[in-house]
Design a protein around this ligand. Structure first.
Ligand code: SF4
Ligand SMILES: [Zn+2]
Ligand SMILES: [Zn+2]
Length: 453
């Protein structure tokens, strides 16, 4: 059920009872363990462990503490070691200005060299960061458009940094220190970060959660951290396991990809995964590369798209949900006939419906579909994305005409559905006040800002 993404099982204090430690991990539902190394010697030890235990994976890298004598030849050794089939990341690497065991310049040089190696090998990185927030942020931001994937282990920077790293599509994990009495600030960050970017870790043998604080940490203690996450995120322990395990699969490729879900529940709303296809190709969209949400896999080929009765069967009694939402990572009006059939069923059986769309339904269906929403769709939520046709066309990679088409779709929808909502993504170069004014004053719809992802 759980993946401990950070346990240094190569340390001497595990050597006498490692089999028992592993046995306890298994008994406590730890499916996989990722062992990050700190230098070449521990990388080799970790690989040996991964050969003995099939559920152990490895990251190879040089920890900032060990970078005093960094030189480029070490990169070559890492590169050789990374060829082992159980190596799934470069780590742990980073900056540590708290202990300052190695000069800053050396730490930065080694960190950047290892990031470049990870990019060359198409591997994610595992980051250690202590008292080096501003240099860390500068370095990681400079790799923003490279496709770099990172885990910020034992997160201890600010909430703003956490949010920015998540916008860059990185992952965050907290150790047992979130269970400590004085860790209110960390718990606030944990509460605020998107669960789709959260991983689990112990950092064993360090950072034992309560009630083991001060003792040697081990993977079986992970449940104590999971319980806090479950409480703060208002999710069951099983959901925390499911979501974070899928997250570990997304970044490290550890574990199994779940089957495609045709419907998925978020809060008390049931979402209908109508299609994974879209007529647009937004620069910020994850539909092709990362079609996952809250532990669900929404990726599906056209040939796998189910007929209406499959959705209807999965919905059952629609009145038990707040809303039935036609959504998914794709444009639902591409399958407008299916949406209508399911929506009709929902309305007949006392449910509420919402359509999340890019507003291109009339272009897609080559006719005016707006009057067909009457009595079937209660709320329509349209992505505005921009107030400028040029920017819109660049963001969504569609023809400029689609901008006016979308605006007209929204204006006319007001006459056929109870509520029209228009949303913009909170990326910096979209002018939020202008968008708000357009939506509220001209279109007479409700305005909402939605998160980047
Ligand atoms: S309109 Fe929506 S589904 Fe289509 S590419 Fe843009 S973000 Fe993705
Ligand atoms: Zn660390
Ligand atoms: Zn560590």
């Amino acid at each position: 059920m759980f993946i401990d993404t950070h346990a240094h099982l190569f340390y001497d204090n595990f050597q006498n009872d490692l089999d028992d430690v592993i046995k306890r991990a298994k008994e406590n539902s730890i499916d996989y363990i990722l062992v990050p190394s700190t230098d070449i010697e521990t990388a080799k030890k970790s690989i040996t462990l991964s050969e003995k235990y099939d559920f152990i994976y490895v990251a190879v890298g040089v920890h900032p503490h060990e970078t005093k004598n960094w030189d480029k030849s070490i990169l070559n050794e890492l590169k050789q070691l990374s060829k082992h089939n159980k190596v799934v990341a470069i780590g742990e690497i980073g900056l540590d200005y708290y202990y300052d065991f190695s000069p800053k310049e050396k730490q930065i040089e080694a960190f950047k060299d290892q990031i470049n190696l990870a990019l060359e090998l198409e591997l994610p990185i595992i980051i250690h960061n202590r008292d080096s927030d501003s240099d860390m942020f500068e370095i990681i931001s400079s790799y923003c458009s490279t496709g770099l994937k990172a885990q910020f282990h034992c997160f201890n920077a600010s909430l703003d940094d956490a949010i920015d790293y998540i916008k860059m599509n990185h992952f965050i994990s907290f150790t047992g220190n979130v269970t400590y009495k004085k860790s209110d600030e960390l718990r606030e960050i944990l509460k605020a970060v998107d669960v789709n970017h959260l991983l689990l870790e112990t950092d064993a043998p360090f950072m034992s959660p309560m009630p083991y604080r001060g003792k040697r940490n081990e993977p079986s203690y992970l449940i104590n951290t999971v319980n806090i996450i479950s409480e703060l995120k208002n999710l069951s322990v099983e959901s925390v396991g499911k979501i974070t395990s899928l997250n570990a699969f997304r970044i490290f490729g550890i574990g199994k990809k779940p089957e495609t879900s045709f419907t998925y529940q978020l809060g008390n709303s049931l979402y209908i995964n109508v299609t994974n296809r879209c007529n647009a190709d937004c620069i910020f969209c994850r539909r092709k590369t990362d079609p996952f949400i809250s532990g669900y896999n929404l990726g599906m080929k056209k040939s796998e798209e189910p007929p209406a009765d499959v959705y209807i069967r999965e919905i059952g009694d629609p009145s038990k949900y707040d809303e039935i939402v036609f959504c998914g990572y794709g444009e639902p009006t591409l399958r407008w006939e299916v949406v209508k059939e399911v929506a009709e069923y929902v309305k007949k059986n006392g449910g509420k419906t919402r359509l999340n769309t890019n507003g291109h339904g009339n272009f897609i269906n080559k006719r005016n579909i707006i009057p067909e929403m009457k009595g079937k769709i209660d709320t329509v939520s349209i992505s505005l994305n921009s107030t400028d046709a040029d920017q819109y066309s660049k963001l969504m990679r569609v023809d400029k005409d689609y901008f006016n088409g979308m605006i007209n779709f929204a204006k006319e929808s007001v006459n056929y559905v109870d509520k029209v909502i228009m949303t913009v993504v909170d990326i910096d170069d979209v002018e939020i006040p202008k968008a708000k004014q357009l939506v509220e004053n001209e279109i007479k719809a409700e305005f909402r800002i939605r998160n980047y992802f």
